[in-house]
Design a protein around this ligand. Structure first.
Ligand code: K7E
Ligand code: CUA
Length: 663
């Protein structure tokens, strides 16, 4: 969403429009903070927050977990970006997670966290998030807060309308933002957009036990931009809704060229129908190379598999899978009400918010109340699918979520506010300023069949004058509002990591009940695990030296190693022998080129070290684990490539003793 604020032409149009809505201008913050706000966000020391908030890190490529109402940062979960804090993407075990058909890609732009669902409710099993730039979907296990799987999405460019779960997480759905040339010949002129460019919507099957993802099928759809999506639920279970812009099919200067038509589209996808066609064998296998990376909790290691084909269904041939509904002016969000009946479409440049009725939509499809076709897809008549419009909502509607009392909350980017309206009458009942330029918003359980409500969190783009300055870039920020009463009340500003495009929140209990406290050492199947100190060893194989090391309060074993030579590749495989909650150990050695390790109880992790000079190199534990943490240290001696120093190692009595004798 970032780009459009920069473009002067648009800003001019927007400024003119803003003048007509002076009522939306943010008031001074002081005037809107109510007296008991502090009390409502105060979580006393030792007390726990009520809600987990999972926010995307945007260009940081990570996810962060916060406690609500305090806004306290609980954890940064590394996903698409390497993270030296805990070795993610640097250790031998985790490197494979970042493999793609474009090579090792250690970053991405992550936008939309999505909690897994059971019967339309957040179930606390997994959190999915999209990598936009090099199209990927990641799955985080919420028992361990670790990324367990990353699946690349082929035929996609800018994986933005992604990832959205169906009612029971039958699928995680990932739509492409950019349409791109697909098929055997992709080396085509950019000007041939209309002939050669197509969109792909991927339906990724999720194994209900382990969570493993596989692309069940891809729908090949008209070449436009697919921006956001939501799955149907309740009455609309079996359908997905995508917002589409650039129905002009422009390939340059979209700012102007993709804002020509009065209306773009919402695409309604009947995925149950698509499933039927797959069963009937109507899918076509298409060659496509993409990586599938999985982290195994038993071996504590990731493996990459290269997939070679994908099953596709072409909507030009199978015409009753998808339908277009006209939607005013560059739609961004497409959101579905808790009962599944209302589809709210937010056009960034539109003056109203259209709300479509699922019942009217399906009636119109049955009666073929169409307004012709767009690229072989039937276009349902706007009025035929429309439940009604929210009038004068504000400027720049982007995203909508729902509470437990029949209200919808829409973010207004241009007028910087949240607008509350009644779902059944579409009447605006309240508005509150945000500071500033709100993008997404998040109601607790706001996309569930039964939202939890109580809070809405604004995810803002600009924070000028809200925080102490930190150079040219100010902190990114979220704002917490109380929505339990008639009026929305601002409670708190809190900084976030990266750009918090979107977030999902659920009651703490949903996540807490599944928490894993340790990895069982007896179940550790890492090939280099040392499950006790007797199993520690150092083994040379040509120029490769493997160190089976253990960590326990408060020593590493072995802690003296000799016989390493210049030019060797040394692998430290460190197993944390602890079986207590929250007792990680760290490992670092002087001159390590990549990272440290942070090893959870019962886990084994490995760093590769290639010493560049001779000498004695200290290593130590990097996590303050006990009163004698600072004693948790050792030495590795590195000799010249042609030296005759024998390989020796140990701890205490077994440590190498004749250190002086050899040269
Ligand atoms: Cu920032 Cu969902 Cu990428 Cu809207 S997106 S704001
Ligand atoms: Cu182990 Cu410090």
């Amino acid at each position: 969403m970032t780009p459009f604020i920069k473009h002067s032409k648009l800003m001019l149009a927007v400024a003119v429009a803003t003048a007509a809505f002076t009522g939306c201008k943010p008031k001074k913050a002081e005037t809107v903070i109510s007296g008991d706000a502090a009390q409502k966000v105060y979580v006393a020391p030792g007390k726990l927050d009520e809600v987990y908030l999972f926010a995307s890190g945007g260009f940081s490529g990570q996810v962060a977990a916060y406690g609500i109402p305090s806004g306290r940062l609980l954890k940064v979960i590394p996903v698409f970006s390497q993270n030296p804090e805990n070795g993610w993407g640097y250790t031998e075990e985790t490197k494979a997670m970042l493999n793609t058909s474009h090579g090792f890609i250690p970053w991405d732009d992550a936008h939309h966290p999505q909690l897994s669902k059971t019967d339309g409710m957040d179930d606390g099993r997994w959190l999915f998030i999209n990598g936009n730039n090099t199209p990927r979907i990641a799955r985080i296990n919420l028992a361990t807060f670790k990324t367990e799987e990353i699946l690349e999405v082929p035929n996609s460019g800018g994986n933005h309308s992604s990832p959205y779960c169906t009612e029971n997480t039958e699928y995680v759905v990932a739509g492409t933002r950019f349409s791109v040339p697909i098929g055997n010949n992709t080396d085509v002129p950019i000007t041939s957009y209309k002939e050669n460019f197509r969109g792909a919507l991927s339906f990724i099957n999720v194994d209900q036990k382990e969570g493993n993802m596989n692309i069940a099928f891809q729908l090949l759809v008209p070449g436009v931009d697919y921006d956001l999506a939501r799955s149907g639920k309740g009455v609309s279970h079996g359908w997905m809704f995508f917002s589409c812009y650039n129905s002009e099919q422009a390939h340059t200067l979209l700012e102007v060229n993709a804002s020509q038509r009065d209306k773009d589209f919402i695409m309604a996808v009947n995925w149950k129908k698509a499933e039927e066609y797959v069963k009937q064998g109507k899918g076509k296998k298409m060659p496509a190379t993409y990586y599938h990376n999985k982290y195994d909790e038993k071996t504590h290691s990731a493996k990459s598999t290269v997939e070679k084909e994908v099953l596709t269904l072409d909507t030009r041939e199978l015409k009753d899978i998808v339908y277009f509904i006209p939607c005013p002016k560059s739609p961004h969000g497409a959101d579905v009400s808790p009962d599944g009946e209302n589809i709210v479409a937010s056009g960034k440049l539109a003056a109203v918010i259209p709300v479509f009725s699922f019942k009217k939509l399906t009636d119109a499809i049955a009666k073929k109340t169409f307004d012709g076709e767009f690229d072989n897809v039937s276009v349902v008549k706007y009025e035929a699918a429309l439940a009604g419009e929210v009038q004068k909502p504000g400027l720049g509607p982007l995203h909508t979520e729902f509470d437990d009392k029949g209200y919808a909350y829409t973010s207004m980017f241009v007028s910087s506010e949240i607008v509350k309206w009644k779902v059944d009458t579409r009447e605006v009942v309240d508005r509150v300023p945000t500071y500033y330029s709100i993008g997404h918003l998040c109601v607790v359980g706001g996309d569930n069949k039964k939202p939890y409500g109580k809070y809405v969190i604004a995810l803002n783009k600009i924070t000028k004058d809200r925080y102490l300055p930190t150079g040219p870039e100010l902190t990114q920020s979220a704002q917490l509002f109380d929505i339990s009463g008639e009026k929305m009340n601002l409670l708190l500003d809190f900084p976030t990591i990266g750009e918090p495009h979107y977030a999902q929140a659920c009651p703490a209990e949903v996540i807490m009940k599944n928490q894993k406290k340790i990895f069982e050492l007896s179940k550790n199947e890492h090939p280099y695990a040392a499950k006790n100190e007797q199993e520690t060893k150092v083994v040379r194989n040509g120029k490769r030296v493997d160190v089976w090391m253990t960590a326990i309060r408060s020593h590493l074993a072995p802690d003296n190693i000799e016989g390493i030579k210049q030019g060797d590749e040394v692998y430290f495989h460190v197993t944390n022998l602890e079986q207590d909650w929250d007792v990680p150990h760290g490992f670092a050695i002087k001159g390590a080129e990549n990272t440290e390790l942070l090893i959870m109880p019962g886990e084994t992790q490995t760093i590769k070290w290639t010493p560049k000079s001779t000498g004695v190199f200290p290593f130590y534990c990097t996590d303050f684990c006990s009163a004698l943490h600072q004693e948790m240290q050792g030495y590795a001696r590195v000799s010249a490539a042609n030296s005759t120093v024998a390989l020796k190692y140990g701890v205490g009595d077994t440590a190498p003793k004749d250190q002086v004798a050899q040269k």
